[in-house]
Design a protein around this ligand. Structure first.
Ligand code: SAM
Length: 314
């Protein structure tokens, strides 16, 4: 495969590499290796002697990354798995502690533009939306079998869509739905065209998050990531919607505090001690130049924290 065939442009590339403080001989994990854009930059900057473990739930992404990272030989290890299994993967490969861990969340341009995957409301495809074919639940199952209330809750919670009930009602009335374009048309008929974004954007986001259990898996993986970082190691997370960013922000805030007891508790009873130091108090966002060159980057938000020595709770 020629390098020109890679369609995904890595977002906040220089900022992420700088935040990870990539150095020669360092050991890094890219939990969402995708087409390997960030991974190549990490391998270049960590040479000589650097090592990268790249993980992705999507076997097609792993194939692409494998071809792209071929020139780096044994410095690049690739694993097709879910990042919710991060600790298990690292322990079976004896890949810890590490100097930096990157999460570049969401889906790649390759996945979005791949007709068969069903992520885009602009390409006609079966309602799939799974990152991994090993997942059982597809968007079609949710759309065609979930009760109206549950469907509305998913669309409201994961799409932050105020008109979720209207949309759920229309979906139920139009069952069975088998393709992305059918679903997009149903949503458009239910809510009409208002504002700048396509009316189906939020519903598609909600279904994708539900199918891939994105928030639960991210939360699980973040907890494990902290344990894999050596002291001074960096955790860098790039998110693409507010639900993800809120989860990351809250997690980093908690992990950078010594006590999580309610404010008026006279003596700490939780025993929590900080494991991280916040490096970014404000999120890092792409420059106008980057957004112009790669409009997909416009919603990106990057947060960074550093592993610190955990003091004993006693
Ligand atoms: C934005 S892309 C990463 C692009 C990559 N940084 C690059 O430069 O090519 C996000 C990737 O994360 C993967 N992904 C999403 N959720 C995952 C999970 N729970 N476990 C493993 N991979 C996941 C997707 O399959 C996708 O390939």
């Amino acid at each position: 495969m020629m390098v020109e065939e890679f369609v995904h442009i890595p977002v906040l590339l220089n900022e992420a590499i700088e935040a990870l403080r990539v150095q020669p001989g360092g050991r890094y994990i890219d939990c969402t290796v995708g087409e390997g854009g960030h991974a190549v930059a990490i391998l270049e900057k960590s040479s000589p002697g650097g090592q990268l473990l790249g993980i992705d739930a999507d076997p097609q992404a792993i194939d692409m990354a494998r071809k792209r990272l071929l020139p780096y030989g044994k410095s690049a290890l690739l694993v097709n798995d879910d990042f919710k299994n991060l600790e298990g993967i690292c322990s079976s490969l004896d890949f810890h502690p590490v100097h930096g861990i990157l999460f570049d969340l969401g889906l790649s341009s390759f996945q979005l533009s791949n007709r068969g995957r069903g992520f885009s409301f602009q390409l006609d495809a079966p309602l799939d939306m799974r990152f991994s074919p090993s997942l059982e639940l597809t968007a079609a199952t949710i759309v065609n079998t979930f009760p109206e209330r549950e469907l509305a809750t998913i669309i409201e919670r994961y799409g932050e869509e105020h008109r979720s009930r209207q949309i759920a009602r229309s979906i139920i009335a139009s069952r069975p739905l088998s393709t992305t374009l059918e679903l997009a048309a149903v949503v458009e008929r239910a809510v009409g065209i208002r504002g700048r974004i396509h009316p189906a954007t939020r519903t598609f986001q909600a279904l994708r998050i539900a199918v891939n259990q994105e928030l639960d898996r991210l939360e699980e993986a973040l907890k494990q990531a902290v344990n894999l970082l050596g002291i001074g190691g960096r955790l860098v997370i790039i998110s693409f919607h507010s639900l993800e960013d809120r989860l990351v922000k809250e997690y980093l805030r908690e992990e950078s505090q010594d006590c999580l007891c309610p404010p008026k508790t006279p003596v700490c009873v939780c025993g929590h001690t900080a494991t991280l130091r916040l490096i970014t108090r404000k999120v890092i966002t792409p420059s106008l130049d980057e957004i112009q060159a790669n409009p997909r980057s416009r919603s990106a938000k990057m947060r960074v924290a550093e592993r610190i020595e955990k003091l004993s709770a006693s």
